[in-house]
Design a protein around this ligand. Structure first.
Ligand SMILES: *Cc1c(COP(=O)(O)O)cnc(C)c1O
Length: 413
């Protein structure tokens, strides 16, 4: 089975992966938590810091203009990367969490006049969500007096459009769903779900954190008002992400960060806010992060999203087959082909112990609830062990994972 990057080119492209852990070559399989950065991304950020570091938008001097250009170029590049149309805008945030908080807060905050969400309105959130796409909606419901409803997955962890159709009412104002469940690897039919919700008159929110690195949705082709994603899950830096969406929907949001750069004029008692995207980007932004995130997008497109997607599906299929064949191992969402995540439980082996033993063999996986406690409770699995793949992973990594789990099970049982 072929790999995407050859072992020989790996150290030059991803130096962080070419190290030994516990005396063994690292097999990094925790990419759903964060991916490694290629040198090209590090170089772009270094170049920015050395040649153009200055605060943006406020200076007439040359470095400030260079920094502003770099920041706005990154915004434009990322808009193209996600297939934004002329009616879309992209706001930089610190990541997916801040992006969704910006939406949930912005629709329920009354600081700028009546909030979009009112008492007895309804918010529907899918039951597959990362806490980042659930907890902000719990608070938005509390703040506004709206009701939070959950679109529950079936026993296999799948979402069904007809279930959503039953939940939608004329009072449904928001529907939020993930493009891929980080805890199970489930890839819901989010295109259909978003379209149904929009048809019913709701604003739609897509958590694209797990899709950004390979299956990045084309924003202009979706019935999506708000889409959130993070740089560090698509080979970019930590602490940068984006909220993209329809300009008219972003315009509805009350700003979360009030201060410099987001105002038009200010008196002692009042302020008027600037236009998008500045209105939602108060304070000094992470400019090097934005530059790095755009470089990561260019890196992904240099390899090709289709090629990456094909490779990740092959790695997942390989891992699902290998792990399912082990005695007492159950893979969650085995049907989810279009995914880079394999989450599993093993009879008689606690995920924490399994993960510790795998680490001793240089294999990095994540264990626990993966910030999705309600989902794992609903599925009745409790904590799981999760391996997640990126473009640099190889079929040899998968073989090592399966052998490592088999060995750990012998030790633990
Ligand atoms: C990681 C993740 C988040 C949170 O992203 P941050 O970068 O930590 O803000 C939200 N949703 C999903 C599906 C994720 O995988």
């Amino acid at each position: 089975m072929g790999d995407l990057l050859q072992k020989t080119t790996l150290p030059g492209t991803f130096p962080g992966l070419a190290q030994a852990v516990n005396g063994v070559a690292l097999a990094y399989l925790d990419n759903a938590a964060t991916t490694h950065m290629p040198l090209a991304v590090l170089e772009a950020m270094r170049e920015f810091e050395i040649t153009s570091r200055a605060n943006i938008h406020r200076g007439v001097h040359t470095l400030s203009q260079r920094a502003t250009d770099a920041y706005e170029r990154a915004r434009g590049d990322l808009k193209r990367f996600i297939g934004a149309g002329p009616s879309h805008e992209l706001v930089f945030t610190s990541g997916t969490t801040e992006a969704i908080n910006l939406v949930a807060h912005g629709l329920s905050d009354r600081a700028g006049g009546p909030s979009y969400l009112r008492p007895r309105d309804e918010i529907i959130v899918s039951g597959l969500e990362h806490h980042a796409n659930l907890v902000p909606w719990q608070q938005a419901a509390r703040r506004s007096g709206a009701t939070l409803r959950i679109l529950r997955p079936d026993a296999q962890g799948r979402l069904h459009p007809d279930e959503l159709a039953r939940l939608l009412t004329p009072r449904t104002m928001v529907f939020a769903v993930t493009a891929c469940a980080n805890a199970t690897g489930e890839r819901p039919p989010y295109e259909d779900l978003l379209a149904l919700a929009r048809e019913a008159g709701a604003l739609t929110v897509l958590d694209a954190a797990q899709a950004a690195a390979h299956e990045m949705p084309r924003l202009a082709g979706l019935a999506c008002d708000f889409m959130a994603f993070s740089g560090h899950k698509m080979y970019g830096p930590m602490g940068i992400g984006a909220l993209a969406g329809a300009r008219k929907s972003l315009d509805r949001l009350a700003p979360l960060r009030l201060g410099g750069d987001m105002v038009d004029w200010v008196t002692e008692q009042e302020a008027s806010f600037a236009e998008l995207p500045a209105r939602l980007e108060g304070g000094t932004p992470n400019v090097a992060g934005a530059v790095g995130m755009a470089a990561a997008a260019a890196f992904i497109d240099g390899i090709g999203r289709t090629a990456i997607d094909v490779h990740l599906r092959a790695l997942r299929a390989h891992a699902v087959a290998g792990l399912s064949a082990l005695d007492g191992v159950t893979v969650l969402a085995p049907h989810a082909e279009q995914s880079a995540i394999v989450s599993f439980v093993a009879e008689g082996a606690h995920p924490h112990d399994l993960g510790t033993l795998l680490d001793e063999s240089g294999i990095a996986v994540r264990t626990g609830h993966h910030c999705a406690q309600p989902l794992l409770e609903h599925l009745g699995t409790g904590p799981t062990t999760r391996a997640s793949f990126a473009l640099y992973n190889t079929h040899d990594d998968v073989e090592r994972l399966v052998a490592g789990v088999a060995h750990a099970l012998e030790v633990l049982r």
